[in-house]
Write a protein that binds this ligand. Structure first.
Ligand code: DLL
Length: 435
């Protein structure tokens, strides 16, 4: 089923002509109203009237997260504050948050795109949507909430935390759709088992999971442990919040990006050059309908590739591949690039370990060290020392084979790695602190 047939199935030429018209309007508007853009376009020697085709987008300068920080809090808003009806912010690891503002029309667009996303994921009127994304400055809770109401589903505004209560409500209220981070969905399954609740036999049928990187292997684990379809949803507060892109339940292969509102590009993160479809690089997004804080060529730091191949669901909007991580999450260990998702893929192939892990990076003298802490399951935990030693060696060897990096592996007790109610913390990098 498709929520907005007219727009979700537009032929490619129609998408592109709509994109060009909206891009030209956006560029005109930001040049006239946002001093940052006027300066950066002037510096690049480009005027709004120079944007004559979609290809001309490549002539415009990028916008970086740092530009948002430099203009904290409201400097990039394109409308006066009186027209902003909602403010969200995303907390970075350091310093001030990134602030975004929505006009009434922006909220309406976001709601529409979340409604499209729910329907693409198989959630409809009549569903009971258990929304465990955090409500607050984080966009997950309210973004999903409004979209769920627009679809006509019954939304339970759980927010994150209080896991036992979540399970009780899920059972008693008959939740059919779960919205939360993938790591929290696994934690819910684990907590249910502890409480003696058979989560597989509840009414849940779909999880709409995102806000953090997760692997195909983790999807299989979630689908098995909760007996649901696990759908990947992507978004970021700077661009919208949840609902920038979503997998369709028909294909579960790549996330459709709502191209009547956003123009996606993939660039080489080192050179800034635009890459052809199918090549992996950094996702760059331009918003073409936002009023509050339109962003031109925003560098997301997320790594993926783009495809315009037709999809069996009938939607014509381009798809991005499941995100493999962020370029700024990439660890450089003794010169080797390591993504946490690569280590995760090794762990998921090994019997006896749990999908809970943490990477601890230290610097001893001039040398980086990587310790991979991995939880083992109950059965393995009570195994003989010899078997545990073999398991440790196997993990170390598999990581070395895949990445060429030698690491220490430490098996830890079941349930000893902190569970998160929101985004999981996979990496603890102590290098800057100690150097
Ligand atoms: O995480 C918005 C969101 C809420 C998306 C609920 C999906 C569901 P931020 O807190 O600004 O916004 O974080 C955005 O999270 O740049 C990615 O690095 C990461 N991310 C989001 N969704 C996915 C996903 C929300 N499906 C940042 N896969 C993004 C991998 C994701 N990473």
């Amino acid at each position: 089923m498709i929520w907005n047939d007219e727009f979700e199935t537009l032929p490619r030429e129609a998408i592109e002509s709509l994109q060009l018209k909206r891009l030209q309007q956006t560029v005109e508007r930001v040049y006239a109203t946002v001093p940052f853009y006027r300066q950066s376009f002037d510096k690049a020697g480009i005027k709004p009237a120079d944007i004559k085709s979609l290809k001309d987008l490549q002539r415009l300068p990028f916008t970086l997260k740092q530009d948002m920080r430099d203009n904290y809090p409201y400097g990039l808003f394109a409308v006066p504050l009186e027209q902003i009806v909602r403010i969200h912010a995303s907390s970075g690891t350091t310093g001030k948050p990134t602030v975004v503002g929505y006009t009434r029309r922006d909220i309406d667009t976001w709601t529409e795109l979340m409604a499209r996303s729910f329907v693409a994921a198989g959630a409809h009127k009549g569903d009971v949507i258990h929304n465990a994304y955090g409500y607050g400055l984080f966009t997950g809770g309210l973004g999903a909430h409004y979209g769920a109401e627009r679809v006509g589903a019954s939304v339970i505004p759980m927010s994150g935390g209080n896991t036992k209560k979540q399970l009780m409500i899920m059972q008693d209220f008959g939740s059919t759709v779960l919205t939360c981070t993938p790591s929290y969905s696994l934690y819910l399954a684990e907590a249910a088992a502890e409480e003696g609740i058979d989560i597989k036999n509840l009414k849940l049928k779909v999880g709409i999971l995102g806000a953090e990187p997760w692997s195909e292997k983790m999807r299989a684990e979630i689908e098995e442990n909760l007996n649901i379809k696990a759908i990947d949803i992507y978004g970021l507060s700077e661009i919208l919040g949840p609902g920038v892109g979503i997998e369709c339940i028909e294909a579960q292969k790549g996330l459709h990006i709502w191209e009547d509102h956003f123009i996606p590009e993939i660039i080489d993160p080192d050179t800034g050059e635009v890459l052809p479809d199918g090549e992996h690089g950094e996702l760059v997004i331009t918003t073409i309908t936002k009023e509050g804080i339109p962003l031109i060529r925003y560098r997301t730091r997320d790594i993926t590739c783009l495809s315009k191949e037709p999809c069996i669901c009938g939607r014509t909007h381009a798809r991005i591949e499941r995100l493999s991580g962020r370029s700024d999450d990439m660890l450089i260990i003794r010169g080797v690039n390591v993504f946490p998702s690569q280590i995760e893929s090794v762990l998921f192939n090994i019997e006896g370990v749990e999908p809970h892990y943490q990477l601890i990076v230290e610097r001893e003298g001039n040398l980086d060290t990587l310790e991979v802490q991995v939880e083992v399951n109950e059965q393995t935990f009570s195994d003989e020392i010899k078997n545990l030693q073999n398991l440790t060696n196997r993990i170390r060897k598999d990581i070395k084979d895949l990445l060429g990096v030698t690491c220490n592996v430490r098996l830890v007790e079941p349930k000893s790695i902190a569970r998160s109610e929101g985004k999981a913390k996979r990496v603890i990098d102590n290098r800057q602190k100690n150097s």
